[in-house]
Write a protein that binds this ligand. Structure first.
Ligand code: ADP
Ligand code: MG
Length: 620
């Protein structure tokens, strides 16, 4: 007797359902995608008990005639593709012709549908894959689908469902995805007959996100700007400013031709684009839309169509990285608007030019780098000398220490030039230096309120960017050691160093092989000032090796620099004089990404007047 048998149709559908229908949220996904493909302008979704008891989707799309309504429940019946060529270039969300029969085989299912101009509509009721009723019905144009008692005939699957709350949350997340992917469509979501979401059709993604997540988040998002040779892909959307991160990927949404997808290629590219602007373990907030020729992306990879295969993954990656970089860069200008750079006033410019810069000038890096450490030694100048500098006809900087002008105003001897007082008071829209807290945080005020700068993080950022430029341009200045040092490494490390010699050398580390597993180092970057070159090398190799396990080679270099710089930047508790602070802030604001250190910690925090008023109970 033959052992192989064709499965009965219903059983085959239930097998297929295993892949397509995992939980109520997948039912919602499939039904909403069908509504979108049907050109709906309004979609209403209701669920009960997390969608386990009921999922209902009502749309105002094109509807189906009686024959199509029946056909739609057949396996592999679809109106969306007809040929292999169509399969290669899919522009609809659905195409597999599996969802409706699969869902109908594992639930109590009711479909009513009517085409706009039709006299009557149709109603079909299916019970666990068996059609029980087909009749003419008179519903409004569009389609209504009801899915009750999901998995009632598959107890094993039913057991895998989570609590009603968890399933509801999954459904809501799914709906948010669709809503963000299609702002021009109105969405309503009812949970156990309570209205949860009411999203009117809107013109832009920005409006949709405002309706979903509030204006506060929108204010922290940047329009994704992708200029340049972007012939193949169009990238648009909104993405968080540097520093805006979440501990999960729940707000990192990626759409390809309107379809929400999960793509390691794009996720990796986002991480790389944000690179040092987010803290480790944080994910950017991104609503990214890629538009490309349907031929350039294969969506037929996974039954749930969550994954895609790009024909040119490297191209996609590059385009996304570039778009994110450009966007963050553009966001920097807005930021500067907000945190207006301290300006030297016109009458003070000549005087300012003469200030002996006590803070290491990043412009004169090459000259100064060797002396870097000296600048950050606890200031040799007693504090009153600072004041001296101010009083002695010093420049009327906008960063006049608040304490200084306050005292001066009270002091009739008027040692502080009169116009200086005025300057300090009248330019309240810019930064006013208040003081330094804990020898670490620079306190300033601007029109919005209090600004705190972490001087360590700030200096780290400034040095980091300078170093990165140096590496790209002429290399990092290095200093020969009096006595070259040698060090031995275990074979795996030795091999690693050999492979990365040029990267190390570009960073100003003069290292070369000196025997099988021995290396010689004869120069180090000038700013390092490390007493023991061999120990330093071992530390660096450890760091670089662990970084290289997780990064591409470009990032490897930058990670390394960031770490090195971090260790050699201004240490917390090194007091800076106020002119140094002023210089630091100025340099910081000239950075590409001024608002966080290379490790993603913030460099500046603004505490707004409104927040202060709230805290003091002046305002509710
Ligand atoms: P697919 O979406 O992959 O084509 P489905 O099983 O989800 O397969 O749907 C089968 C067919 O039923 C679709 O191709 C479409 O023609 C029709 N259909 C399903 N849902 C709707 C709807 N809400 N409005 C109009 N037509 C629909
Ligand atoms: Mg479908």
């Amino acid at each position: 007797m033959s052992r192989i048998q064709l499965l009965p149709e219903t059983l085959a559908s239930q097998v297929a359902a295993g892949e397509v229908v995992e939980r109520p949220a997948s039912v919602v996904k499939e039904l909403v995608e069908n509504s979108l493909d049907a050109g709906a302008r309004k979609i209403e979704v209701s669920i009960q008990r997390g969608g386990i008891s009921l999922v209902r989707v009502v749309d105002d799309g094109c509807g189906m005639d009686a024959d199509d309504a029946l056909l739609s429940l057949e396996r592999h019946a679809t109106s969306k593709i007809r040929s292999v060529a169509d399969l290669a270039a899919i522009s609809t969300l659905g195409f597999r012709g599996e969802a409706l029969p699969s869902i109908a085989s594992v639930s109590r299912f009711r479909l009513t549908t009517r085409e706009a101009g039709a006299v009557a509509g149709s109603e079909i009721v299916v019970n666990g894959g068996r059609i029980v009723t087909v009749r003419a019905g008179g519903e409004a144009p569009g389609t209504q689908l009801e899915v009750r008692s999901l998995f009632f005939n598959l107890p094993a699957r039913r057991k895998f469902l989570r609590s009603a709350n968890t399933e509801s949350r999954n459904v809501e997340h799914q709906l948010q995805l669709q809503a963000i992917g299609h702002p021009q469509v109105g969405f309503t979501f009812l949970r156990d007959e309570r209205l949860v979401l009411q999203l009117p059709p809107v013109a832009s993604l920005r409006d949709r996100i405002r309706d979903l997540h509030g204006a506060e988040l929108v204010a922290r998002l940047l329009e994704v700007k992708a200029s340049g040779p972007q012939t193949k892909f169009e990238i648009s959307g909104l993405t968080g400013r540097a520093g805006l991160g979440r501990s999960t990927r729940s707000q990192q949404l990626v759409f390809v031709n309107g379809r929400a997808i999960e793509s390691p290629v794009v996720t990796g590219a986002l991480r790389e684009g944000y690179h040092t602007t987010l803290m480790k373990g944080q994910f950017p907030v991104t609503f990214l839309f890629l538009k490309m020729d349907p031929m350039a992306v294969d969506v037929n990879v996974h039954p749930a169509k969550r994954e895609v295969r790009f024909r040119d993954p490297a191209g996609v990656r590059e385009a996304v990285v570039e778009a994110i970089r450009q966007t963050l860069e553009s966001g920097r200008c807005d930021w500067q608007e907000q945190f207006r750079a301290p300006e030297i006033l016109p009458q003070a410019q000549t005087a300012a030019a003469q200030i002996p810069s006590s803070f290491p000038s990043m412009r004169e890096f090459e000259v100064n780098v060797a002396n870097l450490h000296r600048h950050f030694q606890p200031s040799a100048t007693p504090e009153h000398e600072d004041r001296e500098e101010l009083r002695g006809g010093g420049p009327a900087l906008n960063l006049v220490p608040k304490s200084a002008w306050r005292t001066a105003a009270a002091d009739d001897s008027g040692e502080l030039p009169a116009e200086q007082k005025l300057t300090a008071v009248s330019h309240d829209h810019q930064f006013q230096f208040i003081g330094v807290l804990n020898k670490l945080y620079v306190l300033m005020e601007n029109a919005n309120g209090l600004v705190l700068v972490d001087q360590h993080a700030a200096h780290e950022r400034v040095l980091f960017e300078e170093l990165r430029r140096r590496i790209e341009e002429k290399g990092v200045p290095s200093q020969r050691l009096l006595l070259p040092q040698t060090f031995d490494l275990p074979p795996r490390d030795a091999e690693w160093v050999e492979r990365n010699l040029s990267t190390l050398q570009k960073m100003g580390i003069g290292v070369e092989p000196f025997g099988a597993q021995t290396f010689k180092v004869d120069s180090l970057p000038t700013f390092l000032n490390s007493p023991d070159a061999a120990t330093f090398m071992r530390d660096v190799i450890d760091e670089l090796r662990s970084a290289s396990n997780s990064s591409s080679s470009v990032r490897l270099g930058e990670d390394m620099i960031a770490k090195t710089v971090c260790r050699h930047a201004v240490k917390a508790n090194d007091p800076l004089r106020y002119l140094e602070v002023e210089k630091l802030i100025r340099d910081l604001l000239e950075c590409e990404l001024p608002y966080c250190c290379p490790h993603g910690r913030p460099t500046m925090i603004q505490i707004s007047n409104a927040e202060l008023e709230k805290k003091f109970g002046r305002k509710v």
